[in-house]
Design a protein around this ligand. Structure first.
Ligand code: SAM
Length: 292
């Protein structure tokens, strides 16, 4: 087996050879601990027939471990300076492919179709660039890609918000959006010392397992998400106040909003963070006819 990329010495040697300098603006914090990488990959439950999509391979530390434990890895990397490095570090792994693209602009569905033909178990596994964690996760989920799930490293604070339950300080529209599409769990906390350079926030790994069906059926998904976002606009305000101030024409429709809250059995004095996804679904369906 080839020498691991993710050791402090090998990483430093590679970076020095290419005169690579980290770009903070691209969220470049590379992993230098093979043990942590293996544990991340363990959480993805890959098999020899799995396909893996990676976002931001860096110098290939995680890509290498994925290549050893799956059938094929396709990695999106935005930074052109990393391409010659990846060509060298991933040369021993013929089952890897690097696509030079901003993942937020990529047609991931098309890439899946072209690169993973005939493969029915596809996981996204990544140490995400922290400046775009939420947009990347939401893009992958909203596009309803044919993936089993996502295992990714991100800021511990965002991991807490994603997996938060109703009634907690971290619960918000992000928790609801992600939990609508997936079962979300934090599976690991990761110390700062396993990165170069060390990030100035704590990190965690989450596993998002895509649901076959959403946990609630709603008349309009778009409106459901609009209602949840509106309800958390100002956390200290009541749900009635947030809905009247945030929904389009809400101020003129206070009576209808009150009627919908009543129909959904939600006390207008409650705060957004106390409602479950089921209650939001009932409320959004009761409000929907008034906002057509
Ligand atoms: N996977 C490597 C590791 O664990 O050592 C590097 C992870 S580093 C946190 C994030 C990587 O994402 C960097 O290589 C960065 O250049 C890349 N990146 C940043 N923004 C990106 C984007 N929008 N699309 C694709 N890659 C991106």
């Amino acid at each position: 087996m080839d020498k691991d990329i993710a050791t402090p010495i090998r990483t430093r040697t590679i970076l020095e050879k290419y005169g690579f300098s980290f770009k903070k603006s691209l969220g470049q914090n590379f992993l230098i601990d093979t043990n942590i990488l293996n544990r991340i990959v363990d959480h993805a439950h890959l098999t020899e027939s799995s396909g893996a999509i990676e976002i931001g391979p860096g110098i290939g530390a995680l890509t290498e471990q994925l290549a050893r434990r799956s059938k094929k890895v396709v990695a999106f990397e935005i930074d052109q300076r990393l391409l010659p490095i990846l060509a060298e570090t991933l040369a021993p792994y013929s089952n890897t492919k690097v696509i030079h693209q901003d993942v937020l602009k990529a047609d991931v569905a098309e890439v899946i179709q072209a690169e993973f033909e005939g493969m029915d178990d596809i996981m996204v596994v990544a140490n995400l660039p922290y400046y775009v964690t939420t947009p990347i996760i939401m893009k992958l989920l909203e596009e309803k890609l044919p993936i089993r799930g996502i295992v990714c490293m991100l800021q511990a604070e965002v991991a807490d918000r994603i997996s938060a339950k109703p009634g907690t300080k971290d619960y918000g529209s992000l928790s609801i959006a992600v939990q609508y599409y997936t079962e979300a769990e934090t599976v690991m906390n990761v110390p700062r010392t396993v990165f170069v350079p060390q990030p100035n926030v704590d990190s965690a790994v989450i596993r998002l397992t895509v649901r076959k069906e959403p946990p609630v059926k709603v008349k309009s998904e778009e409106f459901f998400f609009q209602v949840t976002k509106s309800s958390f606009a100002q956390r200290r305000k009541t749900i009635l106040n947030n809905l009247t101030s945030q929904l389009p024409g809400g101020k003129e429709k206070k009576e209808q909003i009150l009627a919908a809250l009543n129909e959904a059995n939600v006390d207008p004095g409650r705060r957004g963070e106390t409602l479950s996804i089921q209650e939001y679904a009932q409320l959004s369906d009761a409000l929907y006819p008034h906002f057509q």
